[in-house]
Design a protein around this ligand. Structure first.
Ligand code: PGA
Length: 253
């Protein structure tokens, strides 16, 4: 088993209320109890913006990190009805933010809009989980690499503090579908993201790349055979403390 740092990140999406604190609390306790020196792992829960402040206040000792799932591109405050800025989320206690998720791309987010959001979030020193991935149609047309390259190139910039950015490879067709990529294909795509990132930004530093899409306690063991994967972005299964904790336990089994 690898001793490299692995991320287990929950994406609650539009689920959860104040009572969901018990899920956070259980995961936090698990994180505390299972903190062995031999295993390097980081647990982050990205919750709805309405809950971040409450969870943050209620967690007395924190053995996990908390984040949110999107923000408006505008920096600071402004006349944007119904929106929340990175500044406001930071003040509410967020340390991480998911940007570029395909569910938001479906709603019209473009690569250039996502770039503006990344700039705003970086300004607040938020850590970014930047999602990329191809649709089934793009995959079937053999366009996966082209899509991944253009998503990286158009939303990131050489000037960004790349230490604050984690990429999450989420094939759109695998999100919430119980379909996962073939392991050889996944390995190829993760490697492509890493080498291309270095090529595009002329850096020798390899970025962290997570996998996301229908990860569960049963299939996690398959993914542990791919050391190139730096962790997981977990949707549905992160809404249950048991399912989420089982994923982590099984990964290291
Ligand atoms: P899923 O979602 O685990 O429910 O497939 C992953 C995600 O949307 O980040």
């Amino acid at each position: 088993m690898t001793n490299k740092l692995k991320y287990f990140i929950g994406n609650w999406k539009m689920f959860g209320d104040f009572g969901s604190f018990k899920i956070i609390n259980k995961i936090n306790q698990f994180s505390y109890k299972s903190k062995k020196q031999t295993i390097k792992r980081k647990i982050i829960l990205c919750v709805p913006s309405t809950l971040i402040h409450f969870f943050n206040q209620k967690l007395k000792s924190k053995f996990i990190s908390l984040g949110v799932q999107n923000c408006h591109y505008h920096q600071g405050y402004g006349p944007f009805t119904g929106s929340v800025s990175a500044l406001m989320l930071k003040k509410a206690g967020a340390d991480y933010i998911i940007l570029g998720h395909s569910e938001n791309r479906f709603e019209g987010e473009t690569n250039s809009l996502i770039k503006k959001k990344i700039i705003s979030a970086l300004k607040q020193k938020l850590n970014i989980i930047f999602c990329i991935g191809e649709t089934l149609k793009e995959k079937n047309k053999g366009k996966t690499f082209t899509i991944l390259r253009s998503q990286i190139r158009s939303s990131l910039s050489k000037k960004f503090n790349m230490n604050k950015i984690i990429l999450a490879y989420e094939p759109v067709w695998s999100i919430g579908t119980n379909k996962i990529p073939r392991i050889d294909e996944l390995k190829k795509n993760i490697e492509f993201i890493k080498t291309n990132f270095k090529k595009i930004f002329k850096t020798t530093k390899t970025p962290k790349v997570l996998y996301g899409g229908s990860v569960n306690a049963k299939n996690i063991k398959l993914f542990s055979s791919v050391p190139q994967i730096d962790g997981f972005l977990i949707g549905g299964a992160s809404q249950s403390s048991k399912k989420f904790i089982d994923i982590i336990i099984n990964y290291y089994k």
